[in-house]
Design a protein around this ligand. Structure first.
Ligand SMILES: NC(=O)c1ccc[n+]([C@@H]2O[C@H](COP(=O)([O-])OP(=O)(O)OC[C@H]3O[C@@H](n4cnc5c(N)ncnc54)[C@H](OP(=O)(O)O)[C@@H]3O)[C@@H](O)[C@H]2O)c1
Length: 209
């Protein structure tokens, strides 16, 4: 498929690189031509502007700071072809709190502002994980939680998850992304403190007593 990548940083390189290797046609869009050219050359993609990336394909990955996303998309305007917007952002500020506060989270805010089909995905772990070929660990393939309201959009992103060698898991509609975003802030707090969140999780069968 054709995938536009907005941003030329670490998430753009990790995910864009994997999808290029999987045979997708990628356009990397940056706020500077030099940044887009350099990343495009490294991963085997086309280069362009942020606007070019948003309007390039079947899907567009928003690999930008959350604070920049709404302004960038407002500047792009209408998106031809109704691409799926993949929101991997973490709106997390100092103190590891959500900058979206108690209101709608990042994904819901982006969906409301654009009217686009938004899928929340890929926000819960770092580019170092996404760049692994494949991201398989002792417990098996990594599961990637997806939230969205559009079945076709979820299916498209599920395909991109499988292309990484991971397992897609639709965890609910876009409203659930608020919880995924908060859970990610919680996980980051534990990881930053040197804790292993897996130690919090008993086997599901144990919960029934
Ligand atoms: N890093 C992680 O561990 C991680 C994990 C999961 C999700 N995420 C999320 O993924 C998104 C991207 O993270 P990243 O790690 O790839 O960040 P990054 O390496 O710092 O890259 C950010 C990209 O956004 C661009 N950018 C910054 N401010 C902008 C603005 N005002 N207008 C337009 N473009 C702007 C940067 O352009 P320049 O190069 O020109 O500065 C760069 O291309 C963020 O929302 C982050 O929360 C990150």
């Amino acid at each position: 498929m054709r995938i536009g990548i907005l941003g030329t940083g670490n998430m753009a390189e990790a995910l864009g690189g994997q999808w290029a290797r999987a045979g997708h046609e990628i356009l990397v869009g940056g706020r500077t031509a030099a940044g887009a050219d350099a990343l495009a050359a490294r991963i085997g993609a086309h280069a362009g502007s942020l606007r070019d990336a948003a309007r390039f394909g079947d899907a567009a990955l928003l690999a930008l700071p959350y604070d920049a996303v709404l302004d960038v998309l407002a500047g792009v305007g209408a998106l031809p072809g109704d691409p799926v917007l993949i929101d991997c952002t973490n709106a997390i500020g100092p103190g590891l709190v959500l900058t979206t506060g108690h209101g709608p989270g990042a994904a819901r805010t982006i969906a409301a502002a654009t009217g686009a089909r938004v899928v929340k995905a890929f926000n819960h772990v770092t580019p170092a994980v996404w760049a692994r070929t494949p991201p398989v660990f002792a417990d098996g393939r990594l599961t990637v939680p997806l939230c969205g309201d559009d079945e076709q959009a979820l299916a498209l992103v599920a395909t991109l998850v499988k292309d990484l060698g991971c397992v897609p898991l639709v965890v609910g509609p876009l409203g659930r992304a608020d919880l995924l975003e908060a859970a990610t802030a919680f996980l980051i707090g534990l990881w930053h403190a040197g804790q292993d969140p897996r130690t919090l999780l008993p086997p599901p069968a144990a919960l029934a007593g």
